[in-house]
Design a protein around this ligand. Structure first.
Ligand code: CP3
Length: 352
């Protein structure tokens, strides 16, 4: 582990946390739980803090990013914080004209589609990551024994925004470029891998105890295309943090057919979306990989009895895996009643 002596995994603050033990494949007295997008619009205290500040400005303000990261940890008593930022932050810091449009997502000033567009991309100056390093360090100082998870977008999901110029349904232009100009595609994904890898590395060195690579949109690919056109670049992104030795979770939507291939790029834990039951995910992974997931976000608005039954089913199926960290099968919808999330945490922690 090439981590500084003051890192929480080295000075012992987080090394025995239930989250870390579960990510290492141990069974713990309680099953840990956190939620993707636990920070954000479901929390009134988040909406208050964000008034008058654009999303990317909030991400680059260390004090604000830290406070927003801590809000759900205080409120829900989850077993981890996830650093408040966005997958496009490092792309912005590398000089790409990108903004996050409320209710829509990342939008580019001009899409990256040609060999010349890709050649014009500049590497990320490590100094530009200072606000991230500072935000993480502040957060970790407040979190104590609760681990912070750092995260980054995987090269394919980043390329899905870069090539399309904004959110898209089937990522048709990105997938077309992949086949019609594989050389330009590979150069774009290598650039994205290095930018996102540097972002992840900065978070871990500043004190994050685990990492999650989000390949949210990779479920639009066949397994053979994933292996040929994407997996080497995801492995390259993860190569930036390999020597640090922190557990890495790999997650995408609609990835039931891709789980083994996504595991093979170098992940320690697989995040599973809500479509595939955890016992079946475990079977597909050969019974050797800790799993994270997979409460269906749609059920967060269902009557408690219905949701409770579903959470208990997720917990029961998760017992098939070597270890299980409860999460949603995708992010918290903005209209979620935060009291429901707190109640899920209580239920998961009382499960024996
Ligand atoms: O609490 C956490 O989970 C940490 C923060 C986090 C955000 N984005 C904050 C955010 C994380 C881990 C992300 C990752 C991210 N960003 C992904 C991968 C995860 C996933 O959900 O699939 C993706 C695909 C993005 C790109 C992106 N950024 C989208 C699709 C959106 C939503 C647009 C909208 O307004 O609905 C964003 C914006 C964004 N990122 C928000 C938050 C809290 C909402 C912005 C706001 O509150 O104004």
């Amino acid at each position: 582990m090439n981590l500084p002596e003051t890192h929480p995994l080295i000075d012992g603050r987080t090394s025995d946390a239930v989250l870390l033990r579960s990510y290492r494949g141990e069974r713990t007295p309680i099953v840990p739980v956190w939620f993707m997008r636990q920070a954000g619009r479901s929390l009134p205290e988040y909406r208050d803090l964000r008034v008058g500040t654009a999303m990317l400005d909030a991400c680059l303000n260390p004090e604000l990013a830290s406070e927003i990261t801590l809000q759900p940890v205080r409120r829900h008593a989850v077993d981890a914080g996830i650093f408040f930022s966005d997958i496009v932050v490092p792309i912005k810091l590398a000089g790409v004209d990108v903004d996050i449009v409320p209710g829509r997502g990342p939008v580019l000033g001009s899409p990256i589609r040609s060999a010349a567009d890709v050649a014009a991309l500049r590497p990320l100056d490590p100094e530009a990551l200072a606000p991230i390093t500072e935000g993480v360090a502040r957060t970790v100082a407040e979190l104590g024994k609760t681990p912070l998870i750092g995260f980054a977008g995987a090269p394919f999901t980043l390329a899905a925004y870069l090539v399309e110029g904004g959110p898209s349904k089937d990522h048709l232009r990105a997938r077309a470029l992949m086949h019609s100009d594989p050389t330009t595609w590979a150069a774009l994904l290598d650039w994205a891998a290095d930018v996102t890898g540097a972002f992840l590395r900065a978070q871990i060195l500043a004190g994050a105890s685990a990492a999650q690579l989000f390949d949210s949109w990779v479920g639009s690919l066949s397994e053979s295309n994933y292996r040929a056109f994407v997996a080497p670049h995801s492995a390259r992104a993860l190569s930036h943090v390999k020597d640090l030795g922190v557990p890495v979770v790999h997650f995408g939507i609609g990835t039931a057919e891709l789980l083994p291939a996504m595991h093979e790029v170098g992940a320690d834990v697989m995040g599973v979306d809500y479509r595939l039951p955890l016992d079946e995910a475990n079977r597909r992974l050969g019974g050797t990989v800790p799993l994270q997931g997979n409460i269906d976000p749609a059920l967060l608005s269902a009557p408690w009895e219905v949701l409770e039954k579903h959470v208990l089913d997720v917990l029961r199926r998760g017992e098939a895996a070597p270890a299980h960290v409860v999460n949603l099968g995708h992010g918290v919808p903005p209209e979620t009643d935060p009291a429901v999330l707190s109640r899920i945490v209580e239920l998961v922690h009382s499960y024996a």
